[in-house]
Design a protein around this ligand. Structure first.
Ligand code: AQP
Length: 333
């Protein structure tokens, strides 16, 4: 049976990019004979500095976001990474399989480490090996991610292939990234060439899942665009990144294709299109943010859900680590 794994870092508040590129798609994959395992990857989050109180709050808030968006903890396994130590155990083995040359090609490390890479943590550099362990400790077959994570899923396959080759086994599967829909790369509202990100210093660049209706409407009204009205058809969006981004967001929120959306709004000036988008965003996001707030009033319930999920995750992960140790030649396994 197909098994889906994916995760999100509790490294800040959730953005519309995380919702449309990840959570909404995770929820849509539940059921229909697929096993779904979703994680709050707190060990990834600490690859850059996190204040401990903020990390606790963000972990619970992200869990509340998953639940509020429709993730059902009885149909999916939902947990935080640090509570399943098998992720770290397998990551060490993979640190010894992955090559420095592979890590040096990772664009996310270059982006996040910036100019002064000497000051970046060793964890940030090794991040993709931990991500490979997150996926392969469940023998996951499919990983829904945004476009930005494609390279890391490819590295996961390289690690699985090298492990299988070195130890003459077929133990680890070749996992496929699942990158589909209109919102695999939601862009900043201030700069159509940058991805919308939790950690962008400008709050106006993103819609936070906790923003109220006024804030959402204001950010969309102020979103950067060119002066032309929307083109008549999809082809006309080609060299207009800001227009394309807003249309993609509309499509992902409404569940229509981009072509359908263009049939409805093609030719409209932004002064008309932006209020439509703002209304749609408020209609879709307000119920989720109020449900998130409701979950946040009961942190003990959130912790209970995470703990239950961690127990179920370990039941799958533990035999995989034992078997890996045995293959590698560790006595006692
Ligand atoms: N802008 C985006 N559009 C579509 N998908 C996105 N994702 C993130 N941003 C967008 C997807 O969300 C999932 C979780 O991402 P993450 O939190 O693990 O890390 P990230 O990609 O580094 O996200 P951020 O928001 O940019 O966080 P910071 O600012 O901390 O680096 C992934 O599937 C990702 O593709």
């Amino acid at each position: 049976t197909p098994r889906v794994f994916s995760g999100i870092q509790p490294s800040g508040g959730l953005t519309l990019g995380n919702y449309l590129g990840a959570i909404k798609r995770f929820v849509d994959m539940q059921g229909s004979g697929i096993e779904t395992i979703y994680c709050v990857v707190d060990m990834h989050a600490i690859t850059v500095w996190q204040d401990p109180d903020a990390l606790r709050r963000q972990t619970r808030e992200l869990t509340a976001g998953y639940l509020a968006a429709g993730l059902d903890p009885t149909r999916s396994i939902l947990f935080n990474q640090s509570q399943v130590p098998e992720h770290a155990q397998l990551a060490w083995i993979f640190n010894c399989v992955a090559r420095l040359g592979w890590m040096n090609r990772m664009t996310q490390f270059k982006d996040k480490a910036g100019k002064n890479a000497e000051k970046a943590s060793l964890g940030l550099y090794a991040y993709p090996a931990l991500m490979a362990a997150d996926i392969l400790v469940y023998h996951a077959t499919h990983v829904p991610v945004g476009e930005d994570q494609k390279q890391h899923v490819e590295l996961t396959r390289d690690i699985a292939a090298k492990f299988n080759h070195d130890f003459k086994t077929d133990f680890f599967p070749m996992t496929a990234p699942v990158i589909e829909g209109a919102a695999t790369r939601v862009m900043s509202l201030r700069d159509g060439s940058k991805k919308m990100s939790k950690s962008d210093p400008s709050d106006a660049s993103r819609i936070n899942m906790t923003d109220d209706a006024d804030a959402i409407a204001k950010k969309i009204r102020k979103a950067k665009t060119d002066p032309e009205p929307l083109p008549e058809s999809v082809e006309g969006l080609k060299d207009r990144p800001e227009a394309r981004n807003l249309v993609n967001i509309y499509a992902a929120l409404s569940g229509d294709t981009v072509a359908d959306v263009m049939a409805q709004v093609g030719g409209k000036p932004f002064g008309e299109f932006k209020p439509l988008l703002a209304d749609l965003a408020v209609e879709k996001l307000a119920p989720i943010s109020s449900e998130m707030a409701r979950y946040m009033r009961d942190p003990a319930e959130i912790d209970r859900i995470l703990k239950d999920g961690a127990g179920r995750a370990r039941a799958i992960a533990s035999p995989v680590v034992q078997k890996t140790y045995e293959i590698v030649g560790m006595v006692g396994a």
